[in-house]
Design a protein around this ligand. Sequence first.
Ligand code: UD1
Length: 336
Amino acid sequence: MNILITGGAGFIGSHTYVVLKEHGYTPIIVDDFSNSSESVIGQLAKICPGEVLYLQANVNDPATYDSLFNQYKIDGVIHFAASKAVGESVENPLKYYRNNVAATVLLLEKMKEYQINNLVFSSSCTVYGQPEQLPVTENSPVQKAMSPYGNTKQICEEIISDTVAASKDFKAISLRYFNPVGAHPSALIGELPLGTPANLIPFLTQSVAGLRGPLNIYGTDYPTPDGTAIRDYIHVCDLAEAHVKALSHLVSKKQESYYDFFNIGTGEGSSVLQVIQAFEKATGKKVDYVTQPRRTGDITSVYAATGKSWEVLGWKTTRNLEESLKDAWAWQEALT
Ligand code: UD1
């Protein structure tokens, strides 16, 4: 089966390429390398035998899809390509509505035109905001987004749901990711943040590698056991496997139209201080940190209820936090 991966050279896309290959699919990458590196293609060739099929092109351009869909008989699409910096989305919202929303509309139009009926969409637990109950289930209400980035994920989920509702045979799944971390155990692919990382783990590993100053802990007065904020950190290889399970679930549905959404997390919440402790235990390295006030827009605590993704997709995580942090550190060491 030929599967198009938009944004396939990115952090999650590249790891999903590997899992698709391992399961006998033929993944085809489209990426403009605007927030990734073409060198990822060569790294993928080292991990997976065989030619890496890819096209350097923009997902906002209708000609991109005409070219791909005429060249390959595509059976399904996993749509990762998107802009993802929360702060930038506040400063430049139209970039986010174009790259995330308009591009998704175009992709859907082109999928309909070429009768490609299976879509897995990258969504985010950001759609829940600060949930009232934890762990957060898929039944929790979607809350008003705290940033244009978060809003694009909500809007895209709705657009996809409406598209399915108006169709007899279009099938789609949104995967609501919690916090993806780690790297492939080969240390050949991983996260490649441009500039100063805004996310915790890449900043932490760069700090320990001596590329940054001490880690800033944003907020020590949260109503949590140790005062720091709690998230659900999931190994990117576990997250990649969820896409393949979602895809096979869609394909098993034959001709019906279908839409559903799933939490993709470990079910375990970890505070920033617990992450630091786990990193030190996993790697034997010391983390220098300083405490700072809370970061604007951050919530106190979120972690996933994972029952639905297990019951319906047959997916759950197999890697723990220490393994994620060990792999993140091996990747950082390979880079430096
Ligand atoms: C962030 C985004 C979220 C997006 C996700 C993508 C915000 C408000 N949210 O999630 O929408 O889907 O990235 O991965 O930007 N922290 C520190 N020091 C740091 C960096 C982070 O203490 O240098 C803390 C944060 O306050 C937070 C936790 O670590 O409590 C995780 O932060 P981060 O990795 O940025 O992820 P989120 O904020 O959960």
